[in-house]
Design a protein around this ligand. Structure first.
Ligand code: G6P
Length: 507
């Protein structure tokens, strides 16, 4: 991993989802590794530093039991070769120190299922229809105070105690929209920290934030401004953040240098596009499990010159799955010669089903797929194969052989699936990429651009992708792969270090 910490400070990380999670089976306690790009990027980092601790939520019953056995302290989990909890002695392989935070379940539900996921997520992805939603009542005000703010306070206290245990000086890396109130509280109690907060989702302009009550939006912004650096994936999001500080808080800002002056401090908005670990992807692709999936997928979808469109997403309304299928239906209506020749494989992970909007969205997806399959089944073959699974080896197999990847998000902080496909695809796969995905800034020139609300445009773009000459397909894919391989996740971290060194006065 990178020489990430030349500041020579201990590291305290905070995210809602942690790097490991405990469970129980017939053999007793088991430990699994957390999934997802963020966790793997930061796990590599935390495993390689002498003094790092990762503060995160107790996500399972067994996590809560482990936390109860180690009150107000961290635990050490060896991550390789077999993940296990270190009870006595020292690990003899890579290990992560983890502080599991347990909060009251009702407060956590208000934090996660009322504020973080519907309200903040919907505002930041522009998902509210506004004519009828949201409706913010006293219940939401209470859920902010007793849920979002209370849970933020509990995590901030855990961060503070870990910083104090390290003499009050640490590099603190806060992650994502769950914790907008934490930076300010930590700075108040530990003024010597170097603190960055990375926002992994889009940051819209001031008018979107005006949906929220004035005191709440101001507290969220003030909270974030406790950081030295607020990190985003794109310049557009960073600029929007600075605009919000000017318009919603009346603070002095510099829109060119992307800075906000808060009292005697200067807070910097920066952008660092997150990426993937190409070596880890190459290793997964080379595995026997992926090879077996590839053989099966080829048999199912690619015999006799047939073609495959792929999507891999969480069932999140921001991913725009329903309009993606509608566009595919239009493509088949307008190009009947493609019926029976093009399949659409959708690997969707059910997500946040405790949030009503998400549960409703899954039902809508099922409905539109049934309708299109009924309309376009030919010789017993249905055009859409919808699978509700989370299976990374299967996804990598599908990445490697698809003709087109569709990413038509309404808004997406980055979208790592597009980057994974660029690295892994061996078939001249075309990226059909929403102009609203952060990844479009880097990969748009090699992709076919999608306008996520215009189903006719998306149908036309899918047609362009499917009929693009092979040579052009391979040229674009090679260029996209080169971009991702030279801007990998290590670079994402290293670029942040360079800035932090400058800010902390090390250069
Ligand atoms: C996005 C967010 C992450 C979040 C992930 C999965 O990528 O940026 O912070 O962990 O979605 O969502 P979940 O609610 O399941 O943690």
């Amino acid at each position: 991993m990178s020489d990430f910490n030349p500041l020579n400070l201990p590291l305290v990380l905070l995210s809602n989802r942690g790097p490991v999670s405990f469970d129980r089976d017939t053999t007793g306690r088991t430990v699994g590794r957390g999934a997802g790009g963020l966790v793997s990027a930061l796990s590599g980092l935390a495993e390689h530093l002498d003094d790092a601790v990762w503060v995160c939520g107790a996500a399972s019953e067994e996590d809560t039991a482990v936390a109860g056995e180690n009150p107000d302290s961290s635990i050490v989990v060896q991550t390789h070769p077999q993940p296990h909890l270190i009870v006595d002695g020292e690990p003899d392989g890579p290990a992560i120190r983890v502080r599991l935070v347990v909060t009251d379940p009702t407060a956590y539900a208000d934090f996660y299922s009322v504020w973080s996921n519907p309200i903040l997520w919907f505002i930041q992805h522009g998902l509210y229809g506004r004519s009828l939603s949201p409706v913010l009542t006293q219940a939401e005000h209470d859920a902010f105070e007793n849920g979002y703010a209370a849970v933020n306070r509990a995590y901030a206290d855990a961060v503070v105690s870990e910083v104090r245990a390290r003499g009050g000086k640490a590099l603190v890396l806060l992650q994502d929209y769950h914790f907008y109130l934490v930076a300010d509280w930590v700075r108040e109690q530990c003024p010597d920290v170097v603190l960055t907060h990375f926002v992994h989702i889009p940051w819209p302009g001031p008018d979107e934030w005006r949906i929220l009550p004035e005191d709440i939006r101001q507290r969220l912004l003030r909270g974030l401004l406790g950081s030295d650096v607020v990190g985003f994936h794109t310049r557009r999001y960073a600029r929007n953040f600075v605009l919000c500080a000017a318009e919603l808080l009346g603070l002095p800002v510099d829109l060119e240098r992307l800075t906000v002056t808060v009292g005697d401090r200067v807070v910097r908005a920066r952008y660092y596009p997150i990426s993937v670990d190409p070596a880890a992807l190459d290793a997964t692709q080379a595995s026997g499990e992926v090879a077996a999936h590839v053989a099966m997928l080829r048999y199912l979808f690619l015999d006799h010159d047939r073609q495959l469109i792929l999507r891999v997403d969480r069932t999140d309304p921001s991913k725009n799955v329903v309009r993606g299928f509608i566009a595919f239906g239009i493509l088949l209506d307008q190009h009947p010669e493609l019926v029976g020749k093009v399949s659409f494989l959708a690997l969707l992970q059910p997500s946040r089903t405790d949030v009503p909007e998400y549960a409703d969205y899954i039902a809508l997806i099922g409905g539109v797929v049934a309708e299109i399959n009924a309309r376009h089944t030919k010789e017993g073959r249905q055009p859409i194969d919808l699978r509700m699974v989370e299976d990374f080896p299967l996804a990598v197999a599908a990445y490697s052989i698809c003709d087109v990847l569709i990413v038509n998000a309404i808004a997406d902080g980055m979208n790592l699936v597009a980057k994974e496909v660029a690295v892994v695809n061996r078939r001249g796969g075309v990226l059909a990429l929403s102009e609203m995905a952060g990844a479009h800034e880097e990969l748009g020139e090699f992709a076919v651009t999608l306008q996520p609300f215009d189903v006719q445009q998306m149908a036309d773009a899918l047609y362009t992708a499917l009929t693009m000459p092979m040579e052009e397909r391979h040229r674009r894919l090679a260029a996209a792969a080169e971009q991702v391989r030279t801007h990998d996740v290590r670079r994402w971290l290293d670029d942040q270090v360079v800035d932090l060194r400058r800010i902390a006065g090390f250069v």
